[in-house]
Design a protein around this ligand. Sequence first.
Ligand code: CUA
Length: 423
Amino acid sequence: MLEGMEGVSSFAKDVDLAIWVVIGMSLGIFVIVVGVMFYFLYKYSAKRHRRDQIKNIEHNLVLEIMWTVIPTFLLGVMFYYGYTSLKVMREIPEDNLHVKVTGQMWFWTHEYPNGKVTNDLYVPVGVNIKLDIGAKLNDVLHSYYVPAFRIKQDAVPGKVYSAWFRADKTGSYDVLCAEYCGTRHSYMLSKIHVIDKERFDTWYDSDQKTPFDEPGVLVAQEHPGLAHLEANGCTGCHSLDGSVVVGPSFQGIFGRTFNVEEGGTLKEVLADEAYLKRSILDPDGQIVEGFSGGMMQSYEGVLSDEQIDEIVDYFKHGDTLAQEAPAVDAMDILNSNGCTGCHSLDGSVVVGPSFQGIFGRTLKVEEGGTLKEILADEAYLKRSILDPDGQIVEGFSGGMMQSYEGVLSDEEIQALVEYFKGL
Ligand code: CUA
């Protein structure tokens, strides 16, 4: 079964019941109508009746009362189940953790009461979560859609609509945008990670970016400029690896020469400090050849001068930082060790589970003859590389994979885990 398909929020059962009642009644009516239709086709066939034998019936009081009363009753039943399931969704419990959700082209941000801001939402299991859902001013309509929780709420600029849920099961569940909002609508994805209360509390009071990070590791490495780029969703449209998404890639951008269009004429510009700042504050002033204007807002007043300086500094030095990092390439490791022969990168199942989206997923594993649920966090991924048969994912067989203890260095394993986080 798809993760979360059975419904994870406390009111998922009410919503599902309402749907099944409507589907059940519709199916019943369908069978009756089509059944009667076929019966009449047979009974009143021209072979068995002559035209002059057919009576013209003008009224039938009993039938007329029946076809008024029965549908009214059925509608009443549908209304009852629809109303009661809507009521539990609308009555937000007072004791809740309150998270502000903002949609903008093309990502979601979640802001916690203590000021923490994340792209994925992390919540403790069994706690009431209130979501205040809105969209950024001057943005377009989005819709916050969490199928596993049976939540779908429009996100409208300048308005706030509240929703709530209490997840009764740990795991990672998809958040989608359910309102067509432009080029990257289908990429406007996030996740809700439902985690243990202790894990949540430890993270909530720390300065770690996510509860899955090992304490201190990522925070220390990250350039503040990169942090601003990620927090403002820049990397949703500008890649860091040279691939072209909506705008030019940030990779090696500093010092490159671009053909830009300014007021209808093409010219060459050097991407120096002045140019990079200009393009953050006035993106449509000069548009890089091959790209479209009107895709990006000005960040004047959104980013402070200091933040813009840090971003430009990242463009200048970000690449060198990356070069100083240990030169281990996760794809090389996967390919040269044959991992990708058995584990696909695209979600298809070969011999072992696919690597796609593996990080943060909840897996059912068999350990010593018993089934249990575990979260594919850093520790789990490392374990499964070093001791593949220790816990075997449900649906797969043991004895297929060797241990990579001594084959891969700690550094290489760490690189793989980091790579899985981004898959
Ligand atoms: Cu946001 Cu579609």
